[in-house]
Design a protein. Structure first.
Length: 204
């Protein structure tokens, strides 16, 4: 496609790097920004810049936050003896939307995937083990994708927690095999957490 402006072409190229955004959609976004009041573009650019430079990762659970600790870890009404292990922040948001979970979280930042070159040391497992060893945690809930990679990660963490005196459970398979947590509907996800089973019973 020929562009009438190099500036427009550059904007389209950058926008099309976003997940799920093709060049046609990127062009529509760029032209929309050109058509609107310049302040709209400035506010968008400012919000993205602040997102990248000012957002923090919770020092306790590794979720994103505006402060050193996130709103969940700061909430004394939550059950801090239960930790739900998830792949990413989107999973935290999905579970929170069910309004059926009152514990805390641990965001791994990924799952073990040899094909993609992601090993146990590339995600935040050691921090989770350290949290358990510090005491006060009674149960770890595995809420990882029901995929080979997700199960591999769950098995690895379960093995690392042997002897730590903590109960390990997994969400019920109301979430279809092969699904990511973030795409499950709220009712199914909520029931899967509420009806969680001991991890050892999930793979008999």
């Amino acid at each position: 496609m020929d562009y009438p402006s190099l500036l427009l072409e550059n904007a389209v190229s950058e926008l099309s790097k976003l997940p799920g955004i093709g060049r046609r959609t990127a062009l529509r976004f760029a032209l929309h920004l050109l058509k609107n009041d310049p302040i709209v573009t400035s506010q968008l650019a400012d919000s993205i810049t602040k997102l990248r430079s000012e957002i923090k990762f919770c020092r306790i659970c590794n979720s994103i936050s505006d402060h050193e600790t996130c709103f969940v870890c700061n909430d004394m009404k939550r059950n801090h003896g239960i930790v739900c292990v998830v792949e990413n922040v989107r999973d935290v948001m999905a579970i929170e939307n069910t309004h059926q979970y009152n514990g805390t979280y641990h965001v791994l930042g990924g799952i073990i995937s040899p094909i993609e070159g992601i090993g146990a040391k590339d995600i935040d497992i050691e921090h989770l083990i350290s949290r358990v060893r510090e005491g006060g945690i009674e149960e770890i809930i595995m809420a990882l994708p029901t995929t080979i990679e997700g199960d591999t990660t769950s098995f690895y963490i379960n093995k690392m927690l042997i002897g730590c005196g903590v109960r390990v459970s997994a969400i019920a398979r109301g979430v279809s095999v092969g699904d990511n947590i973030e795409f499950a509907d709220e009712v199914t996800l909520g029931r899967s957490i509420a009806n969680r089973l001991p991890f050892s019973e999930m793979y008999k």
